[in-house]
Design a protein around this ligand. Structure first.
Ligand code: ATP
Ligand code: MG
Length: 386
């Protein structure tokens, strides 16, 4: 039979209705292409659709699994493209049918010159399928499977049996750049995923306390950044040591403010790095009330050291189990739960301050050479290859 495998990609029209349609489409196309650039194929586009074709059949699953991570794709179908000829359409439809069960044929006809209209095409193909196999039946209300026929204007017809969900969202790169503060935990990778889904290009900054935290902790963060990178068309990972900052806080300031003060250093350092690289916001995995430092007072304390950039906290209103679900869905969970130390567990006070007042925080912080410590930390900045 003369047919060619095709992967049909549909995007949500919503973001294309704006004036900058061309801009969105160009980025979206680039993202799709870069997700599968190492797999030979051809890529074509017509209004509202993209087609991946001329690939080795064996690579179908690999291509689909990559495309499932491209934000902006609404649905996809894997099917066949044949010449618009009823015999060929029938044989292709038959090849997609299971051995038994009920079905419904749905036809869309873009080519108005095709001799049969969509109802007639459905009826004829359905009839021929029925007489070709006695174990098939028609059920137009609740079929076991569908046969979709799409007669295109170029003399070819697409035949497929399934629509499956893409990652949805907006193409990465259409909504600016942000710097994600990436720990080794469950929350921050999910926060990065959520911003990428809204079209933001996300890069990562990790703070470590080597030698208090070990190399495995770093490896874990690298693995998490790689997972994120598979959704973001390439994520950069930076790391900075906060070891000396923690030692100084431990030595000079009230014990209960360890985390609060450390966070303020992290935010300041993150803002400097973000602005150096023209990133437009900071992103954290904080969720209101989840732990002692994630109170509104804690967030006020962290935000007050930021000069220009907004801090986005996409998980602020989520329950932990909702975050865990998202973490599993993005395939980060198994990495996140590996038990390695994070810098925040070093010098962890027995009773961290839950609602620290800003005056008190600033008074304690004044015991430190804040800018000297930041400069020193920035001198440990590393870009880690993924
Ligand atoms: P996560 O699961 O992301 O570690 P968490 O619930 O453990 O979050 P905290 O430890 O209070 O929460 O951290 C809050 C946020 O601060 C994190 O989501 C992350 O954005 C940032 N953060 C914490 N530790 C680090 C770190 N070592 N490097 C970079 N960012 C960090
Ligand atoms: Mg954590």
């Amino acid at each position: 039979m003369e047919f060619q495998s095709v992967i049909i990609i549909r995007y949500s029209e919503i973001f294309l209705k704006k004036k900058n349609r061309g801009y969105f489409e160009r980025i979206f196309k680039n993202n799709i292409e870069s997700a599968i650039k190492d797999i030979p194929h051809t890529f074509t586009t017509t209004a509202g659709r993209y087609y991946v074709e001329n690939f080795d059949e064996e690579n179908t699953e690999k291509i689909v699994s990559r495309l499932k991570k491209v934000f902006g794709i609404h649905t996809m179908s894997v099917g066949k493209r044949v010449e618009s000829d009823m015999n060929k359409i029938f044989h292709t439809a038959k090849s997609l049918c299971p051995e038994s069960g009920s079905f419904k044929v749905e036809t869309h006809r873009a080519d108005k010159k095709f001799p049969l209209n969509s109802v007639e095409i459905s009826r004829e193909i359905g009839g021929r399928l029925l007489s070709s196999n006695k174990k098939l039946s028609v059920d137009v209300h609740n079929p076991d499977f569908y046969v979709y026929i799409d007669v295109r204007e170029d003399g070819t017809t697409l035949v497929f049996s399934e629509f499956f969900d893409g990652a949805k969202g907006m193409p990465v790169g259409t909504a600016g750049k942000g710097l994600l503060m990436l720990s080794g935990g469950i929350d921050s990778p999910v926060a990065g995923y959520m911003m990428a889904k809204r079209g933001m290009h996300v890069h990562c900054l990790h703070f470590h306390s080597y030698p208090y935290t070990n190399m495995q902790a770093k490896e874990k963060v690298v693995e998490l950044a790689k997972v994120l990178s598979s959704y973001t068309c390439g994520t950069r990972l930076y790391s900075v040591s906060v070891t000396h900052i923690q030692e100084q806080i431990h030595e000079k300031c009230a014990d209960e403010l360890m985390i609060t003060l450390l966070r303020r250093f992290m935010f300041r350092i993150a803002e400097i790095l973000a602005r150096r690289h023209s990133m437009q916001c900071l992103i954290t995995g904080e969720s209101l009330g989840q732990v002692a430092s994630q109170t509104i007072e804690g967030m006020t304390s962290s935000n007050s050291v930021i000069k220009k950039l907004p801090v986005l906290r996409p998980l602020v209103g989520f329950d932990k189990n909702e975050i865990i679900e998202k973490s599993k869905a993005m395939e980060a969970y198994d990495i996140s739960i590996q038990p390695f130390e994070d810098c925040c567990t070093v010098f962890l006070p027995k009773y961290p301050a839950i609602r620290p007042k800003l005056d008190y925080i600033e008074q304690e912080e004044a015991k430190l050479d804040v800018y000297g410590l930041i400069e020193e930390a920035l001198s440990t900045l590393e870009k880690i290859e993924l």
